[in-house]
Design a protein around this ligand. Structure first.
Ligand code: WTA
Length: 653
């Protein structure tokens, strides 16, 4: 048995050979051939209509698609409710006792949540929200650890037609307040804290700092998780468990229009201000349910599916909560870090729950590689049958390690490309039908059309360029909250008529897509999107900083690391301590995930004669490359000095 994976690995090379779906996998796969691609290319809108019929509609749509570029409306006139599709219909079909989530807290406490149990909690919390004055069309901010009450709160919003705005628990109070303000959220749902690496993350303290300065917040609901004693503001703050007691257990689902706002999710772009990405009801649920079912080859009766992302990111929204629940699947929800109490926590979870499908990010895989194959080898991972990757380009080495050490050489690896804006997976293999190449996301899914174009917007059949999407798709963003012009400008103006995603891609001789990472000023650190401008503006907002330029430099584990070049004002000294202070400042403004790994103090930044900072050169410096063309620089000696300083700048892990 131990030798098998190695043989399988040796049967394909990393240099472009393909790996056919293993026979054992293929024989029971939902999709085994090209017919779904054929159907979709014959009639792509009809194809999406067929997928939408997998949902329960109170009222079927009358207009399938209205496309007034760049504004799309899908399933116009249709009415449905997301929580009904995720819960009631499964309970009505006799699956109330089926497990929706095996939840595991970091300290080791567990809860088993059935579909009937989840429906009960969702209805009650929906009534709680109503009692706090939340109405259809309002926004609710959610800032929580990975506890069951998080999906409950989201689904309760969808039940009464309020839009949620989930803010990742790693964001700072300032970042939370900005997002609450932008959405004008009425209620904030949070927890006293969460567990991370054995310590309490004091979420309530950050929530207070945000809510104290957020005039729209009328109520704060607090889940008791860590029980470490927090301040409760009279009249504004309420314990979740108090409110849930004695509230009515039934709450009729609102009949929502297909195009009603389902949620906002803020994401970083190329400017300092995060964008509230808008997703609506019918199209979003159609495409997340479709992609979850077919990309992960879901068999709801036997699969135990684990997407190990945080619900605070889009991956968690679409592939922990909405897709899996719409498909009536059993999932795992884990609160903590992979190395608590030891580095085999994930493999232990997979063994104990019999996880069949694992979906995670390349950064995690590279971290596990670093920790060594002996950790997964301590556990029986034979329940696994399919592996997924998302969030950043996966290098062939990490792909192969994943395949071999986690998948035992029997599980297809689906590399899935998509974005907060696309709402659902766009480019990915269908694991029973697609021959894989390690490191390639393979092809656009049925119903999706993508093209790689050159600088002029001309499609390239083979070779590298910019990844664009050429027609609307059901789960596409409907805009940026409060700013339709910015939506047009950000996504649809670089190449007229095309959605430009910000990513570079290459199409190889066999037509496979290889994602090459961002080509704009967005960094990707451990699969988290962070804008260079956002970090720069956090830095210059510190009184000691005169000027700052931030670049993402290649990092073997996290994909990219944040390198900041900082010029201090006259009276400040460029010491290690000052570097620490600035790192902390960025963590306060944005969150720990945005803290620069390295700060290089410099007297000057490389600029063109017109005063534009030349980031390309800074990236070369940060990645230790020989410098490209410096002739356009106003003062070429500046980079030599920066190079010298960068070589000795302290770096933090
Ligand atoms: C990157 C996460 C290569 C890409 C779902 C994209 C990927 C950004 C992949 C979106 C992949 C995501 N291969 N790159 N399989 N998946 N990306 O909005 O740069 O957090 O634009 O959505 O992550 O990040 P976001």
């Amino acid at each position: 048995m131990a030798d098998e994976p190695r043989q399988a690995i040796e049967s394909f090379s990393l240099e472009g050979r393909t790996l056919l779906p293993p026979d054992d996998f293929k024989k029971d796969a939902l999709v085994r051939d090209q017919s779904m691609y054929d159907q979709a290319s014959e009639d792509w809108t009809g194809f999406w209509a067929t997928q939408a019929l997998a949902l329960d509609w109170f009222e079927e749509w009358d207009t399938l698609l209205e496309w007034d570029l760049p504004f799309a409306r899908w399933f116009g006139g249709g009415q449905l409710n997301v929580s009904y599709n995720c819960l009631d219909r499964h309970v009505a079909a006799g699956k109330g006792d089926k497990v929706a989530f095996h939840w595991e807290g970091e300290p080791g406490d567990t809860r088993t949540i059935t579909y009937a149990g989840l429906l009960d909690e969702v209805q009650r919390f929906a009534n709680v929200l109503r009692s706090l004055g939340v109405q259809r069309g309002d926004r609710v901010a959610i800032y929580m650890p990975m506890v069951p009450e998080l999906p409950v709160a989201m689904l309760a919003c969808t039940r009464i037609g309020a839009a949620h705005s989930v803010v990742f628990g790693g964001f700072s109070a300032d970042a939370l307040r900005d997002r609450i303000d932008d959405a004008a959220a009425k209620v904030l749902v949070t927890a006293d804290g969460g567990w991370r690496r054995g310590a309490v993350v004091p979420l309530k303290a950050s929530a207070d700092a945000a809510a104290d300065q957020a005039p729209t917040i009328e109520h704060v609901v607090v889940v008791r998780r860590t029980d470490h004693g927090v301040d409760m503001k009279e009249g504004r703050d309420h314990w979740w468990h108090d409110l849930m007691e004695g509230v009515a257990v039934e709450c009729e689902p609102e009949r929502m229009d297909a195009e009603d706002l389902l949620y906002l999710l803020y994401t970083s772009g190329t400017t300092a201000r995060p964008k509230g990405i808008m997703h609506t009801t019918g199209g979003y649920l159609t495409q997340v349910a479709f992609t979850h079912k077919y990309v992960f080859d879901i068999k709801p009766d036997t699969d135990v599916y684990w997407c190990a992302a945080d619900i605070g990111w889009v991956t968690g929204h679409s592939y922990i909560v909405y897709g899996p629940l719409a498909n009536g699947c059993t999932g795992v929800l884990y609160e903590g870090t992979p190395d608590f109490p030891a580095r085999d926590r994930w493999w232990d979870i997979i063994e104990r729950y019999g996880v069949t499908i694992l979906y995670t990010a390349p950064t995690a895989i590279r971290t596990f590689m670093k920790w060594g194959g002996q950790e997964p080898a301590k556990h029986d991972l034979s329940s696994l049958r399919l592996l997924g990757s998302v969030g950043e380009p996966i290098n062939p080495e990490a792909w192969t390690w994943y395949w071999e050490h986690i998948g035992g050489g029997r599980c297809p690896v689906v590399d899935t490309w998509w974005q907060t804006e696309t709402g659902a997976i766009m480019i990915s293999p269908l694991p029973g039908a697609t021959a894989l190449k390690p490191g390639s996301a393979t092809f656009p899914l049925p119903g999706v059309e993508a093209e790689v174009v050159d600088d002029q917007g001309k499609p390239v059949e083979r070779g590298g360029g910019y990844l664009t999407l050429t027609r609307p798709w059901p789960s596409m963003l409907r805009g940026i909250y409060g700013d339709p012009e910015r939506y047009r400008e950000t996504y649809w103006s670089r190449f007229p008529g095309r959605y430009f995603a910000g990513d570079g891609a290459r199409i190889d001789d066999d037509g496979y897509y290889w994602l090459l990472g961002r080509v704009d000023d967005v960094m990707n650190v451990s699969g988290h999107r962070i804008s260079t401008t956002e970090v720069e503006s956090a830095l210059v907002d510190h009184h000691s900083v005169a000027e700052a330029a931030v670049v993402g430099a290649a990092d073997a584990t996290t994909g990219q690391g944040i390198i900041a070049f900082v010029t201090l004002r006259g009276d400040f000294e460029s010491s290690d301590e000052h570097g620490q202070l600035l790192r902390k400042h960025v963590a306060t403004r944005i969150g720990a995930i945005a803290r620069p790994k390295t700060i290089v103090f410099t007297d000057d930044l490389p600029k063109t004669r017109s005063g534009k900072i030349m980031r390309r050169l800074l990236r070369d410096v940060a990645e230790g490359r020989s410098l490209g063309d410096t002739t356009t620089l106003a003062d070429a000696s500046v980079v030599e000095e920066i190079k010298r300083r960068a070589a000795s700048a302290p770096t933090e892990d």
